[in-house]
Design a protein around this ligand. Structure first.
Ligand SMILES: Cc1ncc(COP(=O)(O)O)c(C=O)c1O
Length: 407
């Protein structure tokens, strides 16, 4: 495709965009269960304002845009506080969970080389850990070693212990993991790491802005944050249950001293000294402003309200799914992630029928499942979803999906 020889009007361009957008997932209608975390119209309006104010600035250079530097510091500080870091805690913002994980793995790798002389580093992560850890191993040249899951779909601690070697630079647990919404036994895994001076990372990309508020609401949450001895870094995504627009996550360090291993510094360039805590060079300002804005807009009260709504919606959906004969929930997810399947029914065919009714459920394997990441706004669609699911279970044998897949 060639660049058009002449430009078009904003109206005609917007018209074309809207035409294309019509084919995208209708997340505002509540029929999408991952990728977006709708929190209602007020939050939506506020985010537009926050983003608009910072469309052009660049967070690469903190001296040019001190307002960004201050907001980033405050987002990190509010986040480490939520995760029970003390006055020694530090960190930075990144573009998302994957980048936070990449930076945690870089920190651990460089730290292991410097402090323990490890030149062939290994990363030990549960099978259910996000693929960002595999990506980090591939980019940063660590060996990726997978910890099997126990029957409860949490990391098997005994198996983890046997997999530790002198080259283990970093161990990982999720709070919760994406596939089944289970929180790994973080205290047990982190203790194994701490005994051997191994870096331990809690991936709280999903839980970082959800679990602290569920705990404040009185729910019993397994320990996962800096209260657990041995947890060295935590990733927490503001653009998930922090309800920020995309491009905002925090990589939090128990002690700001380990930040030096996250840092990249280069002083042999005619352009001057170049320092960066991120994978990216130029960094968009809007996600930092939007993160700071939304955290101040919602405050603890707003987050507790939204966490409670997401939790109630997930519980309602879960109970409704369990009540449909033949369906079952995999594991015992604590919060808003629900994966369900069946011992006797073709769950993928059921998913196909749900597709026909406009629902977007992710597909999973081992065990086969349909996957939901539940947001506060899903409480509005829970009844309709459960009705459609019941019909899909009753009718999936005759669905187009089954014919397509078995013909
Ligand atoms: C548990 C977990 N960790 C990390 C990530 C990666 O986050 P991102 O997609 O923002 O890079 C995800 C994404 O869903 C996740 O569920």
């Amino acid at each position: 495709m060639k660049l058009p020889s002449k430009g078009s009007s904003v109206d005609s361009i917007l018209g074309k965009m809207k035409e294309r957008k019509a084919a995208d997932a209708d997340w505002r209608g509540g029929k999408t269960f991952s990728l977006i975390y709708p929190a209602g119209e007020e939050v939506d309006r506020a985010l537009h304002e926050f983003n608009n104010l910072y469309l052009y600035e660049n967070a690469l250079n903190p001296f040019r845009f001190p307002s960004l530097h201050e907001m980033e510091k405050e987002v990190v500080s509010m986040t480490t506080n939520l995760l029970h870091g003390d006055e020694n805690a530090g960190g930075s913002m990144t573009s998302g969970g994957t980048e936070s994980i990449l930076m945690a793995v870089k920190t651990a790798r460089d730290r292991a080389r410097e402090e323990r002389g490890i030149t062939e580093p290994q990363l030990l992560a549960p099978v259910s850990a996000h693929p960002a850890f595999a990506k980090a191993c591939s980019y940063l040249q660590l060996e990726h070693v997978q910890i099997p899951l126990a029957d409860d779909l949490r990391a098997d601690v005994g198996a983890a212990e046997k997999l530790i070697t002198d080259n283990t630079a970093i161990m990982v647990g999720s709070a919760p993991n994406y596939p089944h919404g289970m929180i790994d036994p973080i205290p047990e895994l982190a203790a194994l790491a701490a005994e051997r001076n191994i870096h331990f990372h809690t991936d709280a990309c999903v839980g970082g802005f959800l679990l602290p508020f569920l705990e404040k609401l009185g729910h019993e949450i397994p320990p996962f944050d800096f209260r657990v001895p041995g947890v060295t870094t935590i990733s927490a995504d503001v653009h998930k249950y922090g309800y920020c627009t995309k491009g905002a996550s925090v990589i939090a360090h128990r002690h700001k001293d380990t930040g030096k291993y996250q840092m990249f510094l280069y002083d042999k360039w005619p352009g001057g000294i170049y320092g960066s805590f991120a994978m990216a060079g130029a960094r968009p300002a809007a996600p930092i402003a939007a993160a700071w804005g939304i955290m101040n807009f919602l405050g603890e009260e707003g987050y507790c309200r939204l966490a409670g709504r997401a939790y109630d919606a997930a519980r309602k959906l879960r109970a409704g799914i369990e009540a449909i004969p033949g369906l079952r929930i995999w594991g015992d997810p604590i919060a808003s992630l629900v994966a369900f399947g069946s011992d006797e029914l073709d769950i993928m065919a059921i998913g196909d029928v749900m597709d026909d009714h406009g629902w977007h459920l992710d597909r999973q394997e081992n065990p086969s499942a349909l996957h939901m990441m539940v947001s506060p706004e899903h409480e509005r669609i829970a009844d309709q979803f459960l009705q459609d699911l019941k019909n899909a279970v009753d009718n999936h044998g005759a669905s187009r999906g089954v014919e397509a897949r078995y013909s």
